[in-house]
Design a binder for this molecule. Structure first.
Ligand code: CDP
Length: 213
């Protein structure tokens, strides 16, 4: 297909902890040649600083790209703290402009997080809310952490996932919820590749329409 105009196309992916958002978002970005931003890394990077005593609001205002590459970002302890700093409105406000600019860049963008379709990109051409049962999400995250050599147990991961979901869904500012116009993708009975294929199908239809290909 020949596309001659600059592509402005945003895909917003949201969902609860460990739902497979990251894998689907990255796969979609690779498939369409779009840029990808895992917005959870922003909150995790602030959490790393908060865990060593930094003020989270200052950390959010001073965040730089290299903060998002630390090895420690994936640990359950950091995830837990990320969902605590994510409750603070000033932290969220400090991250807003960066995410909005990323979303509106030429060439297309995929962002994944909790508030992408509702707050960051309410005008996104495609919104997908990815979910699965807490038990399945915990199993996937447990396997992932094991493969990275991070010490944990399935029960601890399940408790963590449920606790974070509860905090993310009940906070006042930008709570986790599907946008009214989001496609709901329940991946409980799907492999990650099947989930990605469904997301590609949903996005392709909208992309062809938006680009008038
Ligand atoms: O990978 P996982 O789904 O477990 O978490 P993540 O996307 O890395 O996000 C970690 C935490 O950051 C979440 O539990 C949320 O509290 C927070 N977060 C948020 O509030 N808004 C976003 N757009 C992304 C993450």
């Amino acid at each position: 297909m020949l596309v001659s105009k600059p592509i402005r196309f945003t895909v917003a992916i949201d969902g609860p902890a460990a739902a497979g958002k990251g894998t689907v978002a990255k796969g979609l970005a690779d498939h369409f040649g779009f840029s990808h931003l895992d917005t959870g890394l922003l909150y995790r990077a602030i959490a790393v600083k908060a865990l060593v005593g930094e003020d989270p609001i200052t950390a959010a205002n001073e965040l730089v790209a290299s903060d998002m590459t630390s090895q420690t970002l994936q640990s359950p302890k950091v995830a837990r703290m990320a969902s605590k700093v994510a409750v603070i409105p000033q932290v969220r406000a400090a991250l807003l402009a960066f995410q909005e600019n990323f979303a509106s860049q030429d060439g297309g963008a995929v962002l994944d997080g909790r508030d992408i379709g509702t707050i960051i990109c309410p005008e996104a051409q495609i919104k997908i809310f990815i979910t699965a049962s807490a038990e399945i999400r915990a199993k996937r995250r447990y396997d992932e952490l094991q493969s990275k050599g991070l010490e944990t147990s399935y029960d601890e991961v399940l408790r963590d996932v449920k606790e974070r979901d509860e905090r993310d869904m009940t906070r006042k500012d930008a709570p986790l919820k599907p946008a009214h116009d989001a496609h709901i993708l329940d991946t409980s009975g799907l492999s990650i590749m099947a989930s990605l294929q469904k997301a590609i199908d949903i996005t392709s239809t909208a992309f062809v329409k938006a680009m008038k290909i």
